[in-house]
Design a protein. Structure first.
Length: 132
């Protein structure tokens, strides 16, 4: 019998350990063009966010952000972040599969519509019942 081994995570041929060694700007070379441009424009914001987040985690505080357009980089993997969806903070744990995506993709702003039963007077039949 073969023993099942868990497949090691790679991103564009690099392991997570190799990616963690890279600078944010060096990691941008492995992204697609739109995300690469975004990371190169806001690399200082990303580095500040990672540094602030590590300090907050060390103090035992929860990380919350309204910044939905920030691109996920290897330094964020493993963090638990509350991403604002317009009403409240959706808790998200960053994994390796999320690299190159944006925060907003994981905290949806619109929920599925849940239709209930029609109220009294909402339909012609219910109006007749209400007058009794």
């Amino acid at each position: 019998m073969e023993t099942l081994t868990k497949k090691q995570f790679t991103f564009r041929g690099k392991t997570l350990e190799e990616l963690n060694v890279l600078d944010v700007r060096e990691f941008a070379k492995y992204l697609k063009s739109r995300e690469r441009r975004a990371v190169l424009r806001q690399f200082s914001e990303i580095e500040k966010f990672i540094a602030r987040s590590k300090k907050k985690v060390a103090r035992g505080k929860q990380i919350k952000t309204h910044n939905r357009d920030m691109v996920i980089v290897p330094g964020m993997v493993g963090m638990k972040i509350g991403i604002h969806d317009g009403r409240n903070f959706t808790p998200i744990e960053i994994t390796g599969n999320m690299l190159g995506h944006r925060f907003g993709e994981f905290a949806l702003t619109r929920q599925k519509v849940k239709h209930g039963a029609a109220g009294v007077g909402a339909t012609k039949g219910s109006k007749a019942q209400a007058k009794k």
